[in-house]
Design a protein around this ligand. Structure first.
Ligand SMILES: O=C(O)Cc1cc(O)ccc1O
Ligand SMILES: [Fe+2]
Length: 453
């Protein structure tokens, strides 16, 4: 990639068969890709000397001895090895990017929370410096739990690259496109797509629209995986081929730059005198990917009742306890609602899991007012919630012909751990103080006499 990643000078791998415009299909596949012919060694990983004078380097995403099927690593053939950064690491501040445990004593009261979109800013903020943590759960040091962030970005990362040693990053754009230049290739992302950036992988984010806002789920624990479909069978929900991993792309460029690392909740930087996006060829199964949420094929109730939202799980990060996710990433996409004699929106409930929701666009059926695109809500462990009074009345009284729910895409980061608000979420972000009043109008209908009311 050249600095502006100009398509003319971009040295990108030729599309192999099965690739779609710079991407290879499949989830967690063993990929191979080279931007220069013959750069990728065949039949071995570490020849005595690599073609083109490249250095071989392995990036391990799982322990060496992880079981086959979970074991993930990638071999990179690069112009310089990663140790060729210039100086020592020095600590820098990133005051709005928090890590768990971050249990500060600043919350007025326990509650159900909802926020308006955090407004865009004129301040020059990159994808990294513009990260604003809303909640943390678990502990980054023990690699358990997660954090939920919003990012506000107005500036490209110029000669600046970032990696998180702490976490995998699930990126959910809400406004503005992102151009994510990674060590393994280029990901172009727009709202209604998501990207997953593996732990330890360098990248820079550029802003084709000059600004961007979105959500990030930072996964401290085991990697996101596709959920098992159980009796649903081999198809529907997210299909593996709709995950796209970039082909190799590199730049050979000297510069005065810096690498920022997030490491056990702290931020460090080191100078670098060249672009670290210098991987000419790679092979392996530890790689970034993107996914278009519009390719999710929802499966739902086709006669009666409202199923658990787990049917809409796109990705799940296990916790080690079966069926109890460190994080489930769930979406609420456009779909048909045909169920008969059924209260169709979500039921009222309390949940051992903690539910952080965000609205990407449109209207969420349980909250027709107040949960707006760019907004978020948090229904924490065992705190009751459900449809607001208008949604309840409408869904209880409407004629039950099949309807298509359109103009909607919300999502949920659901974790087995309680989520703690940051000071930013409690005091700086536009918290809706009156949120719980959305249930105030739910009146007692019971009068002791039989019959539906
Ligand atoms: O609370 C929410 O809006 C999310 C949600 C949706 C649903 O369809 C069922 C349960 C649930 O927690
Ligand atoms: Fe819920």
């Amino acid at each position: 990639m050249n600095r502006q990643v100009d398509p003319e000078t971009l040295i990108r791998a030729k599309a192999h068969s099965g690739t779609v415009e710079g991407y290879m299909p499949g989830f967690g596949n063993d990929f191979e890709t080279e931007a220069l012919p013959g750069a990728l060694p065949q039949g071995r990983n570490s020849p005595q000397k690599c073609e083109y004078g490249l250095y071989a380097e392995q990036l391990s995403g799982t322990p060496f001895t992880a079981p086959r099927g979970q074991n993930e690593r990638t071999w990179c053939y690069r112009i310089r090895p990663s140790v060729k950064h210039v100086g020592r690491f020095s600590r820098i501040g990133m005051p709005y990017w928090k890590s768990g445990p971050c249990i500060e004593d600043h919350i007025q009261s326990l509650g159900q929370y909802r926020w308006n979109p955090v407004p865009m800013t004129d301040e020059p903020l990159t994808f990294v410096s513009g990260m604003r943590t809303m909640t943390t759960a678990g502990d980054v040091n023990t690699q358990v739990g997660m954090a939920a962030h919003i990012y506000l970005a107005t500036a490209d990362m110029e000669d600046e690259w970032f990696y998180s040693a702490d976490s995998e990053l699930l990126i959910v754009p809400q406004e503005g496109r992102l151009r994510i230049e990674t060590e393994l290739g280029l990901i172009e992302l727009e709202p209604l797509e998501i990207a997953v950036m593996p732990r330890g992988m360098l990248f820079a984010v550029k802003l084709p629209d000059g600004h961007a806002r979105g959500f990030v789920c930072e996964n401290y624990g085991m990697k996101f995986d596709m959920p098992g479909r159980g009796p649903i069978g081999a198809n529907c929900l997210a299909n593996p081929r709709d995950f796209k991993t970039p082909v190799a792309a590199f730049e050979d460029r000297d510069c005065e730059g810096r690498v920022i690392i997030k490491w056990c909740g702290q931020f460090h930087e080191t100078p670098i005198d060249h672009s670290p996006l210098d991987v000419v060829a790679w092979h392996g199964n530890y790689a970034p990917c993107k996914y278009d949420l519009r390719t999710f094929s929802p499966v739902g109730a086709i006669l009666f009742d409202h199923p658990d939202p787990s049917i809409f799980t796109v990705l799940t990060a296990p916790s080690g306890v079966e069926g109890t996710a460190n994080i489930d990433f769930v979406i609420f996409p456009e779909r048909w609602l045909p169920a008969e004699n059924t209260f169709r929106p979500p039921w009222y409930h309390k949940n051992i899991m903690s539910e952080l929701m965000g609205n990407i666009y449109g209207i969420y059926d349980a909250k027709p007012e107040g949960f707006v695109p760019g907004g978020m809500s948090l229904h924490n462990m065992m705190l009751p919630h459900g449809p607001d009074v208008d949604a309840f009345e409408k869904a209880s009284n409407e004629e039950q012909k099949p309807v298509k729910l359109t103009n909607t895409m919300s999502f949920m980061f659901e974790t087995r751990f309680p989520q703690h608000l940051t000071r930013f979420a409690a005091h700086e972000a536009p918290l809706q103080e009156e949120y719980i009043d959305c249930w105030a109008g739910l009146e007692k209908k019971f009068d002791g006499t039989p019959g539906v009311k």
